[in-house]
Design a protein around this ligand. Structure first.
Ligand code: ARG
Length: 354
């Protein structure tokens, strides 16, 4: 039912009770075709050869991934959460990638939904093609602002002269795979902590992109950048995970307590490094990510979190914080780029203000 039955779009953290969410779709997803230097910077080495124009992910992966996403949608619906699904798109025909990773392209900040100005050329039309139906439906909510990404006029310059030091470096350390010639960010490079967003510069998020996001967030919101040590950085949601107000889990190979404490919103939080190294899995292949996807969970509330059913070690570990893991399969979605956090966008949470 349209917005009459839906609470006003509103979410500015990652943990408050979830009321409405987008769950992605895998059908027709293709390996994103980007310049080799971008693939080398962000994708696991053994699979680089797969990232060719118009090359589908294996059929069995896509079929199983869609079954997993449908199951996730059903479980959330049964829990009383309103679920939106993207439109079907033939990604092969349009030279695109997927509708399975909505987190990368959309972020809800308060009463505003912001579309990411993607750096990848294969993703430029992703929101238009797959999410216009949802955005049109949501637009009938008179309190909602939707900020669409700026159109690129003329030729995209984002890959010109890459490799030379440009803006978007952390302490000048990495020559990222994009330059700083126009705003670029992926929404999944940011996490919401109430009035503060914490993000990372990465191979898809540059300094102009961060400035642009600062201009888009509603009044009273600020964007801070975390120091992350990850030359392959692309999306912060396998690096930090706020599980509830006052408790954050982080990947100690990529960031540190010292870096996290610099953010005053976290000054009195419990910060826990995940103490195990997650196991690599070869089947189905992790074409696009590391095994740290175990941290890429979707919180339904401060006590209930959806975790991949094979990530038992992680699921058991978070119980000590009073969190009940709900185990669901998502291995085939992992194969095409991400886990529960990547595959969803929360639209409504009962955020108590901050
Ligand atoms: N780049 C991260 C890793 O390999 C995975 C992040 C996935 N996130 C996403 N929103 N697609 O560990």
């Amino acid at each position: 039912m349209p917005s009459t039955s839906l609470p006003t779009i509103q979410a500015d953290d990652e943990w408050s009770q979830l009321r409405a969410v987008i769950v992605g779709r895998a059908a027709n997803s293709c390996f994103p075709s980007e310049p080799l230097h971008m693939i080398q910077a962000t994708m696991p080495e053994q699979y680089h050869g797969h990232f060719q124009p118009n090359s589908h992910f294996p059929k069995y992966v896509l079929q199983k991934a869609d079954a997993e996403l449908d199951q996730l949608a059903n479980v959330l619906q049964q829990d009383g959460i309103k679920v939106y699904r993207p439109d079907d798109v033939d990604w092969y025909a349009v030279g695109g990638y997927t509708a399975a990773m909505p987190r990368d392209g959309l972020i809800t900040v308060g009463n505003t939904i912001i579309e990411a100005p993607f750096s990848w050329r294969s993703r430029k039309r992703e929101i238009d093609l797959a999410y216009s139906g949802i955005l049109t439906e949501l637009a009938s909510d008179g309190h909602l602002t939707i900020v669409r990404a700026p159109k690129i006029v003329g030729t995209d310059t984002i890959y010109d002269d890459v490799g030379k030091p440009q803006g978007g470096l952390v302490d000048g350390k990495y020559p990222w795979a994009v330059n700083n010639s126009r705003p670029a960010f992926d929404a999944a490079d940011f996490m919401r902590f109430g009035k503060v967003l914490i993000g990372q510069y990465s191979n898809v998020t540059n300094a102009k992109g961060v400035e642009y996001l600062r201009a888009c967030v509603p009044d009273g919101y600020t964007v801070e950048m975390l120091e992350v040590d990850d030359p392959h950085a692309m999306h912060i949601d396998a690096t930090i995970l706020p599980l509830k107000r006052g408790l954050l889990v982080y990947n100690p190979l990529r960031t540190s307590e010292t870096a996290l404490r610099r953010h005053s919103v976290l000054h009195d939080w419990e910060l826990h490094p995940y103490p195990f190294v997650p196991k690599k899995r070869d089947s189905p292949p992790l074409f696009m990510t590391s095994e740290w996807l175990c941290m890429n969970v979707l919180s339904i509330s401060e006590t209930k979190v959806v975790v991949e059913e094979k990530d038992v070690e992680f699921a058991e570990w978070i119980r000590q914080f009073g969190i009940e893991p709900i185990l669901l399969p998502l291995q085939h979605v992992h194969s095409i780029g991400g886990s529960f956090h990547c595959a969803t966008v929360d639209l409504v949470r009962d955020c108590g203000g901050s």
